[in-house]
Every structure is written in C-alpha cells, then in structure tokens.
Design a protein around this ligand. Structure first.
Ligand code: IPM
Ligand code: MN
Length: 336
C-alpha cells in the first residue's frame, strides 16, 4: 500500500497505567489499518507494576529496550505512588539513558476566539535543564530547611536541540524558528541559549528567527498563535508551554509527542502528552486521538511518512464515541 518495500518494525509497547493501555491498543489498531507492519512486544511497566513487585525500570529491562526500532508508551502514574517515583524512574530514565534529546510536540488547531487554524511545533530540550535532578535538601522538616534545584545547560545539549529545530524549520513552508527562554532573569542559561541560537541561525540564512520571553509566549499562544512555526525552548519551559499548546489546539486529548534520539543510537519513544487519567479508566471516555497521532509521529521516524500522513488526515475530522468507537472510525477512514 505504501508503494515501498514492506518492512517489519519492532516496537516495544508500554501501555502503562490508567487509560494508557486502552489508548495504546487503539493506536496500534490504527497503525495496522494504515498497512504498516509492526511486531510488538508488551512491557508491563508503570505504577501498577511497581506496586506489585517493585520494578520501575531496571537496567536490564532498559537495555532490552535498546533492541527495538521504537517504543510506544501510553501513560504512566497512579495516585497510589508518590509523585516523582515513576516519572523519574521510568519516563525520565528512558529520556536520559536513551538520549532522547528532542521532545517534538506539534500543535495544529484553531485556538478559542480565532477563525482559522494555527500550525506550529514545539521542540523541547529533553535531557537537561531542571529535569536533571541536581540539588538537594538540608535540614529537612525544620524552619531552616533549604532546597536547591539546579538547571544544567550544556553547550552540546543546547546546540543539538537548536540545530534540530533549524533543520526541521528548513523543511517547513514558513521556515521560521522562535527561541523561547527567560533571558532577562535566567541570565546564565539564557545567555548560553541565546548565543548558541544566534550562532546556529547564522548557518541557516533561509530560516527566519525571533525571540520571546516565556511569559510573553504564554500570551501569544492564546492571542496570536499564528505567529509561530517552530519554537525551541528548554526542558521545563517546554513542558509548561506544551500543555498550553494542547489547551489552545483542541485539548490535551489531541496532543501528541515524540521523544527523539535523532542520532539514532537507540530507539525513540512516542507518547501522548496526557497522563493516565485514573478517574476515567475503563469508562471508554478516553480520547485515543493523542495516542494515535503519537503513533503517526513514530511512523514518520520509522520512514513510513505516507502512512503517517494518512493517519493524520483521518484524525483531522472530529469523531465522537467511546475510545474504541473513535479508533474504529479512524481506522475505517484509512483502510483501503
Ligand atoms: C510531559 C510530562 C512529564 C514531564 C512528567 C510526567 C514527568 O508532564 O511529558 O510533559 O514533565 O516531562
Ligand atoms: Mn508535561
């Protein structure tokens, strides 16, 4: 159907917790309906697994993931596990250890109060910033408690992320990159980002550039999202901005995400931006579209862009119904 050789892609599937397994199963059905051959291996990981036998993501399990072409993840986290345990031990461990240094989150939608759709993509640095877990606590529980939380920014880490943003922008119609940071307050990290951005920009004369402070970018996301094409930003700003991006682009139920190792020294990981939503698990209320669109990003990365485009086209028309009904309707639009 794709007109190219059919290739079997080896995909590790981490359905995870809550609605994760439901939306992931639907996403895989849609991938297969698009004619892509995937050989899947299920990994039982997440909060529920941790509560059962203590495994979060052992080095052995992590190493076994390296053999796959891609990892498809639903959502992880359950209210019974304290915050941070699964996030750091599973999700961030994969991002760091597999060197998934770009988090790519596309946003296509019509923001409230606007008459036509915007189309932009956030490139979030995914292995540094405040996410590295540098810092500590002194005198815990006393009135003199001190907590520090460092932000690590390396020239190499910042540059490879910015370079990816410029490469991506070069392939897009508008060819424009906006750096988002807070250079007026975070002067050390901000200056590294700004200098690196300007130096890389000089190598891409065909790509236009802009800079926004992150607080101003929050206003523009709502009031003037059409100004953006590609945005590049640090890990924490990117985390916060992409929830806002979801909110102005039809809701978090549509927001997809790719955690990429563009150097391809290992598998990349694809996951919806939304969480495990334990309150609606098993009700059929979960919208599988974000997971389906994340699977489409996986297909792009696996060289199956024609199938990925067909999936995106099928998702563009709204469908209502239960999780599986939405999946079936989208699959039916693609199947030939
Ligand atoms: C995301 C999530 C994660 C993040 C959490 C679950 C650790 O919010 O992918 O945006 O902060 O990166
Ligand atoms: Mn987030």
């Amino acid at each position: 159907m794709t007109g190219t050789d059919t290739q079997t892609h080896k995909v590790a599937v981490i359905g995870g917790d809550g609605i994760g397994p439901e939306v992931t199963a639907v996403a895989l059905d849609v991938v297969r309906a698009a004619g892509v051959d995937v050989a899947t291996t299920d990994y039982d990981l997440g909060g529920a697994r941790y509560l059962r036998d203590g495994e979060i993501l052992s080095d052995e399990t992590l190493n076994s993931l390296r053999a796959f072409d891609a990892i498809l993840l639903g959502a992880v986290g359950t209210p019974d596990v304290p915050p941070g345990v699964i996030e750091r031990g599973l999700l961030l461990k994969m991002r760091f250890e597999l060197d998934l240094y770009v988090n790519q989150r596309p946003f296509v939608g019509t923001a409230p109060g606007h008459s036509h759709p915007h189309d932009f993509v956030v490139i979030r640095e995914n292995t540094e910033g405040p996410y590295v877990g540098e810092g500590g606590v002194l005198r815990r529980g006393t009135p003199h408690e001190v907590a520090t939380q460092g932000s690590v920014n390396t020239r190499m880490g910042v540059e490879r992320c910015i370079r990816y943003a410029f490469e991506l922008a070069s392939t897009r119609d508008r060819k424009h990159v906006t750096l988002v940071h807070k250079t007026n307050v975070l002067t050390f990290a901000g200056n590294l980002w700004e200098r690196t951005f300007n130096e890389v920009a000089a190598e891409y004369p065909q790509v236009g550039t802009a800079y926004n402070h992150v607080d101003a970018a929050c206003i523009y996301f709502v009031q003037d999202p059409h100004r953006y094409d590609v945005i590049v930003t640090d890990n924490l700003f990117g985390d916060i901005l992409t929830d806002l991006g979801g909110a102005v682009s039809g809701g978090i139920g549509l927001a997809s995400s790719a955690n990429l190792n563009p150097a391809r020294t290992g598998p990349s990981m694809f996951e919806p931006v939304h969480g495990s939503a334990p309150d609606i698990v098993g009700t059929g209320k979960a919208n599988p579209t974000a997971a389906i669109l994340s699977a489409a990003l996986m297909l792009d990365f696996l060289g199956e862009s024609a199938a990925a485009d067909r999936i995106r086209t099928a998702c563009a028309e709204p469908v209502s119904g239960s999780t599986t009904e939405i999946g079936r309707a989208i699959a039916a639009r693609i199947s030939v």
